[in-house]
Structure formats: structure tokens, C-alpha cells
Design a protein around this ligand. Structure first.
Ligand code: FBP
Length: 551
């Protein structure tokens, strides 16, 4: 059954930047100067001899004689869901069909493995109609398979040859778009015509730079979490008896937690990047939280809201070292570890392999957290932070310390904590108007880049803090965003992840207020995302984006 909102959203017509509103044959890519990578220029140039140094493409009015070529384009959704993915595909489809009705869009099913396994479905107008302006990735599904072995690359090439694929659009985050650049280079090196264009996706908001102002999905996900946090804050302020510890997604960077803090003004918001910068220990974080709880208790307020970014655990230096050591042991002794009977034996095995410092840290953790740290890594070798109950760890440690403080007479209040984790709730929400428009524009841009013959580019729509009538569009060579990083003992080219910058306007705006928010209840209640109504309630970008664009 289709919900009333779903039906109403089918009728929504996403806004396009002015340059994309004209007939598609009149949009051309103006190419600028040659570019360089973020850093490690010589190394990246050597790895990408065919695609390195390409110019930035900016769309302008002109005449593109090649636009109407009949094409077969493949599209893949890669990694975690993010609101707006369906609109990227809608924008791509509409651009492709506007150029030539006989062109075909093929969707690879279940993520990148759909390309290697040649698992596809044709995306038709009828099929797509039910997905426009809706959340989710269920139109073709997604997956986290990483294309890295020679066999996988050969399988991709085979699929493209068999199906006569002219271009692949990769909708993904930093790792997937790094993969897109590698694929573009691979095709050119083999004299293949298949172009590769990336689209910046991730609710985490950490795929951004001077040219990619935000990744899609961040807007809707943070607004969804902020609504829930606001509701919880109001509940806390009504009942005045619970401290709510809320873990928020964001595998590495704390952009989500920070944006939600700016929207809701909680009493505490931890920012992993600051914890790393200050080289804080778990104990010092707990001590600081206890100080806030105690201060509020003195004012008779035995309640509050604390936001915890899910990536926190890896940013606490001692925990980061521990996780790195565990990763090494798991990689080196994979079979032996897999053969162990249960979590108890795994914990014992691990304790025997760690350095003295890390054993001390590991042994100090509750059994549940120890077991969670040993769970399977994702295909990129990352610990799955969404499955580690950091919020629970913190509330347990805070409760313990407050008990000690009570005995010493330095805490006289009550501490009753509830834990929450918001992540999956926001990844498939109906995209906000911002994400509906932005994603549609990104998909349309991806097609215009294809029609202009470039490869190894990321679609870029800019000026996003302004209304869509002021947006611009074009493409950025992916190699420009790369640097070399140590991964599994080897230097690898990767798109640099954008972490929260402590000297940038969003963090500074938060830091300027947090002491007040800690002690004086100052909650703000954003309410649910609005799709219909005045501009100031339904067409605003995130506070992060506004502050960054002002700065
Ligand atoms: P992407 O970077 O692939 O967009 O995914 C981000 C994310 O939502 C993280 O916030 C979270 O840690 C992770 O995915 C969860 O992964 P999974 O969906 O595999 O449980």
C-alpha cells in the first residue's frame, strides 16, 4: 500500500540549477586548468597516468553535438543507504532520455557485486515512477563489495563489453568513489570506451571539500535524528528524571552529531575529532560528563541529553591503538581465531596477543564491549562501530564514577540513564526537499558529464546554501581529491575523508555555546521534516552548510 505522503511526493518536481534547465543539447562542460591531487602528487600521478591532472568541468550554455548519441549507461548504489539515492537515478534517467529516448539505463543489483556478477535490471520510466522522491535504495539495492582483485576488474570489464556499456555511474562514499577513479583508469589503460562518473553519497557527511559542499543524505538524516533528539529532550524536560545518552551514526567523522547538536542544543555533545586532538582518555571523558551531571544536579536538574558520535571509540587514543592491534591480530591469525569456540575463548586469545598497554585497556572494558570489538570487520577492514554500544559503555562508567563521587560527597543528585542509537532510522527517510533537489541535480549532472565525454569525475553541484535558483553544476576529477594513506600495511590512493575541523565555523559555533547548554537547559525542538509550506520551514539546508558557506 502506498502511503498518502508517498503518493504526494511522486508529484514533487525537483528543482534544478538554472544551467540544467535549458535543453540538454545546450549544456556544455567548460574545462579549466589542469589540476593536482590534494597531496602526494607524484605518487598519485604515477598510479593514474591516464586520468591524473584533468581539469575541473563547469557547465555553461553552449552547444553539444554529441549529446544525442544512443547510450547504454549502468548505475550502481554502493555502501550504506542515504536519503535521495532514488532521485539521483531519476535525474540520471531523465537526462539520458532527454538526450535520446532510445538510450538505456541498467541498474546493477545489490551494489558493486552486481557489476562483477552481471546482475542487472533495466530501469524503465514505469518502474522508476514508484521510487521518485522516496527514501531507500530498494530500486536496485546496495552492497559493500569492494572491487579490488584482478579477477574482479576483469569481470567488470567483461560485463561492460557484453552489455555494451558506455558509462557507469557509481553512487557512493569516499571508498566507492576511490574505486570509481581506479575503474576509470583501468578502462582507459585497456583502451575501453566505458566512462566512470561518481556521485557523492553518505549520511556521514565526510565526503566533502572545496568542490563537493556536502554529500547527499546528510541533510535528511540529520534532520530526522534532530527531530527525534528534540522529542527526547522535551520528554526529558517534562519528566525531569532521565539522562538520555544518544549514539549517532557517522562511522568516523562527527559531522552528524555536531549538526544535531547545533539543531537541538543538548547538554553534552562529544566530538571525536576534539577527543583525539586533546588526546583524551576514556576516563577523562567520563570525568567531564560526570562534572556536567553533578553541576545540573546542584541546580535540581537530574536529567539531560548527551550526544555520542558512533566513531568516538576509535578516536580515543588508547582505544584507537587497541583496535589497530586487534585488527592486526585478526588479519594475521584469521583462521585460528575463527576456530575458537565462543566469545569467552576469543577474548582470552586476544588478551594473550596484545601489547601490555592494550591488554590493560582491553581488560578494563566490560565483557560485552570486548566481544563487540572482536566482531567481523567490514569489507574495507573497518571495525563496525555501529555495533559497539559506546553509549552504554559511557553510561555504565558514568554511573560508577558518580557512585564514587556520592561516597566522597561531591555528587548529591540522582542519575538514571537511558540509551538510544539513531542511525538506520535516518538512512531511508523520505528525502527532504533539499536532498530531493540536490540528488536529482546530481544525477542529471552525472549524465551531462557523460555526454561531455569525461571520465573519472565526481558530479558537483555547488552554492548549496543558497536557493536552487543560484546553484551551479559541473564535475571534479576524482584524482584531485586523493592522497596516499597507509591501509593494511601498504600506501593506497584514497579520497581524503573530511573530518570535523576544530577551527571551522560549525565547531566554533558549537564550542561558543556548549558551556551554557551544559548547565542551563536550552533545548531547541526542530520537529519533523516538512515537505510542504513556507521556505523557512521546508527549504533550508543544514546549519553546518550555512555556517561553512558563510565562513
Ligand atoms: P556509507 O559511508 O557507506 O554511506 O555508510 C555510512 C554508515 O551509515 C555509517 O554511518 C555506519 O557506521 C555504517 O554505514 C553502517 O554500516 P552497515 O549498513 O553495513 O551496518
Amino acid at each position: 500500500m502506498q502511503s498518502p505522503l508517498q503518493v504526494a511526493r511522486y508529484a514533487y518536481i525537483p528543482k534544478l540549477p538554472p544551467v540544467l534547465k535549458q535543453p540538454i543539447e545546450h549544456v556544455v562542460a567548460r574545462l579549466g586548468e589542469a589540476t593536482e591531487s590534494e597531496s602526494d602528487q607524484a605518487g598519485i600521478r604515477e598510479l593514474f597516468p591516464h586520468t591524473y591532472g584533468k581539469p575541473i568541468a563547469e557547465f555553461i550554455e553552449g552547444s553539444n553535438p554529441n549529446v544525442g548519441t544512443r547510450r547504454t549507461v549502468g548505475v550502481v548504489l554502493s555502501g550504506g543507504q542515504a536519503p535521495g539515492g532514488h532521485n539521483v537515478i531519476a535525474g540520471l534517467f531523465d537526462g539520458l532520455k532527454a538526450a535520446n529516448q532510445d538510450s538505456t539505463l541498467l541498474g546493477f543489483l545489490g551494489g558493486p557485486s552486481g557489476i562483477t556478477d552481471d546482475s542487472v535490471r533495466e530501469i524503465t520510466a514505469d518502474y522508476l515512477a514508484e521510487f521518485r522522491n522516496t527514501g531507500g535504495f530498494d530500486v536496485i539495492g546496495s552492497g559493500r563489495t569492494k572491487i579490488e582483485t584482478d579477477e574482479q576488474f576483469e569481470a567488470v570489464a567483461q560485463t561492460c563489453k557484453t552489455r555494451g556499456i558506455d558509462a557507469i555511474v557509481v553512487i557512493g562514499g569516499d571508498d566507492s568513489n576511490t574505486n570509481a577513479a581506479v575503474l576509470a583508469e583501468y578502462f582507459l589503460a585497456r583502451g575501453m570506451k566505458t566512462q566512470v562518473i561518481g556521485v557523492p553519497k553518505t549520511i556521514d557527511g565526510d565526503l566533502k571539500n572545496a568542490y563537493i559542499e556536502t554529500s547527499f543524505g546528510f541533510d535528511t538524516a540529520t534532520k530526522t535524528y534532530a527531530e527525534l533528539i528534540g522529542n527526547i529532550a522535551r520528554d526529558a524536560n517534562s519528566a525531569k528524571k532521565y539522562w538520555h545518552f544518544i549514539k549517532l551514526m557517522g562511522r568516523s567523522a562527527s559531522h552528524i552529531a555536531l549538526e544535531c547538536a547545533l539543531q537541538t542544543r543538548p547538554n553534552i555533545c562529544l566530538v571525536s575529532e576534539e577527543v583525539a586532538e586533546r588526546k583524551q582518555t576514556l576516563d577523562s571523558i567520563v570525568t567531564e560528563i560526570c562534572a556536567v551531571v553533578a553541576k545540573r544536579a546542584e541546580n535540581g536538574e537530574n536529567f539531560g541529553v548527551a550526544l555520542v558520535p558512533e566513531g568516538l571509540i576509535e578516536f580515543i587514543p588508547e582505544m584507537g591503538t587497541l583496535i589497530a592491534e586487534i585488527n592486526d591480530v585478526l588479519a594475521a591469525a584469521a583462521d585460528e581465531f575463527a576456530g575458537l569456540k565462543d566469545a569467552e575463548h576469543q577474548i582470552e586469545f586476544m588478551s594473550g596477543k596484545l601489547s601490555t598497554d592494550s591488554v590493560r585497556v582491553f581488560d578494563s572494558l566490560p565483557k560485552g564491549i570486548q566481544a563487540q570489538l572482536l566482531m567481523d570487520r567490514d569489507p574495507h577492514g573497518n571495525v563496525q562501530v555501529s555495533r559497539i554500544e559506546t553509549e552504554k559503555l559511557l553510561t555504565e562508567m558514568v554511573a560508577e564514577k558518580l557512585e564514587e563521587m556520592k561516597k566522597r560527597g561531591t555528587f548529591k543528585g540522582k542519575f538514571s540513564a537511558l540509551n538510544h542509537f539513531f542511525g538506520y532510522e535516518g538512512r531511508c527517510a523520505f528525502p527532504s526537499n533539499f536532498d530531493s533537489d540536490y540528488c536529482y541535480a546530481l544525477g542529471y549532472t552525472a549524465f551531462v558529464l557523460i555526454a561531455n565525454g569525461v571520465t573519472g569525475y565526481l558530479a558537483s553541484v555547488r552554492n548549496l546554501a543558497r536557493p536552487a535558483e543560484r546553484w551551479t553544476a559541473g564535475g571534479i576529477p576524482i584524482t584531485m581529491m586523493m592522497n596516499l594513506e597507509q591501509r593494511h600495511g601498504k600506501k593506497k590512493p584514497v579520497i581524503r575523508k573530511a573530518l570535523v575541523e576544530l577551527d571551522a565555523p560549525p565547531f566554533k559555533a558549537f564550542a561558543a555555546e556548549r558551556k551554557t547548554w551544559a548547565v542551563k537547559t536550552s533545548f531547541s525542538f526542530p520537529g519533523a521534516i516538512q515537505y510542504f509550506g513556507p521556505d523557512e520551514v521546508c527549504n533550508q539546508p543544514t546549519i553546518t552548510l550555512k555556517l561553512e558557506q558563510q565562513g
